[in-house]
Design a protein around this ligand. Structure first.
Ligand SMILES: NC(=O)c1ccc[n+]([C@@H]2O[C@H](COP(=O)([O-])OP(=O)(O)OC[C@H]3O[C@@H](n4cnc5c(N)ncnc54)[C@H](O)[C@@H]3O)[C@@H](O)[C@H]2O)c1
Length: 261
């Protein structure tokens, strides 16, 4: 899967799954526009790509702020001449129930995970149309299809992200724009490291996460990035409005052991 002559915007491209997607895209010939609010990590990812001979720019932006996303997208077009794909990986996790979640947490999580994805799509779609079509991949979660305890705002945002994905797929199919979502299980990224650090025994969190996936382990960021790249690429030219799990079998298992004798 080559991305020569293609420009891909990646929100949350500084770290984790987004960073893995940026590195793979650049290795495969794509020009990458990293949008992230982490300036140090964003610059480092950009320099890593350029040192390996790839094409990349980094723009600091908070995806929940439409104006800063518009600015980064405009810069992408002026540097690279257009946009062919968008991968939305910027996301945050906060913990709480319908009672304990604060209004600030709700606004923060929905602002980044959902409005951030809308802001990016709204800004990029006119450029995909100018290019005669393109693709959008939203990184959602298994928590778009099921839930856990104490993750209200996150699970709401990830469920809603599927609605955003399907709406874009319907509204812009006529323009040759495809929109799909990836739903990862647990992935070894700074987000997971942060979540594990909240536990007095972080290693026990990793052990539990490994054990809950039928494949017996969590994913590496590159394994999720590969799925996102496939959906972004023209190899997936008849795939739109779809929801792809990449979860090591997590959502497939019912649990329990059937009686065989
Ligand atoms: N790690 C997992 O286990 C896992 C599982 C399922 C889904 N996901 C989803 O995958 C996506 C990527 O997660 P990750 O694990 O790579 O997370 P991460 O924290 O490692 O990376 C997320 C990136 O998004 C950036 N970001 C966060 N808020 C931002 C904002 N407001 N504006 C701009 N940039 C912002 C961060 O700086 C970071 O570079 C997220 O949407 C997450 O919800 C992660």
């Amino acid at each position: 899967m080559r991305f020569d002559e293609k420009t891909i915007v990646v929100t949350g491209g500084a770290l984790g799954i987004g960073q893995a997607a940026c590195l793979l895209l650049a290795e495969r010939g794509g020009a990458v526009s990293i949008i992230d609010w982490d300036e140090n990590a964003g610059n480092a990812a950009c320099e890593q790509i350029k040192a390996a001979g790839g094409k990349a720019i980094f723009s600091k932006a908070d995806v929940s702020d439409a104006a800063s996303v518009d600015e980064a997208v405009a810069r992408t077009v002026s540097e690279f001449g257009g946009i062919n794909s968008l991968i939305v990986s910027a996301g945050i996790q906060r913990y709480g129930t319908a009672v304990s979640t604060t209004e600030e947490q709700w606004d923060e999580v929905l602002g980044v995970n959902l409005k951030g994805a809308w802001n990016a799509a709204r800004s990029v779609i006119p450029h995909l149309m100018k290019a005669g079509g393109g693709s959008i991949v939203n990184v959602s979660s298994v928590q778009a299809l099921a839930s856990q305890q104490n993750v209200l705002a996150y699970t709401v945002s990830k469920h809603a992200l599927l609605g955003l994905t399907r709406s874009i797929a319907m509204d812009f199919a006529k323009d040759g724009i495809r929109a799909n979502a990836v739903c990862p299980g647990t992935v070894d990224t700074p987000m997971l490291q942060w979540a594990a650090s909240l536990d007095p025994d972080p290693q026990s969190v990793y052990a539990a996460c490994n054990q809950m996936h039928p494949l017996g382990r969590i994913a590496q960021p590159r394994e999720i990035a590969e799925v996102a790249l496939f959906l972004a690429h023209e190899s997936a030219s008849f795939v739109t409005g779809s929801i792809w799990t990449a979860d090591g079998g997590l959502l497939t298992q019912i649990g329990g052991v059937p009686q065989t004798s």
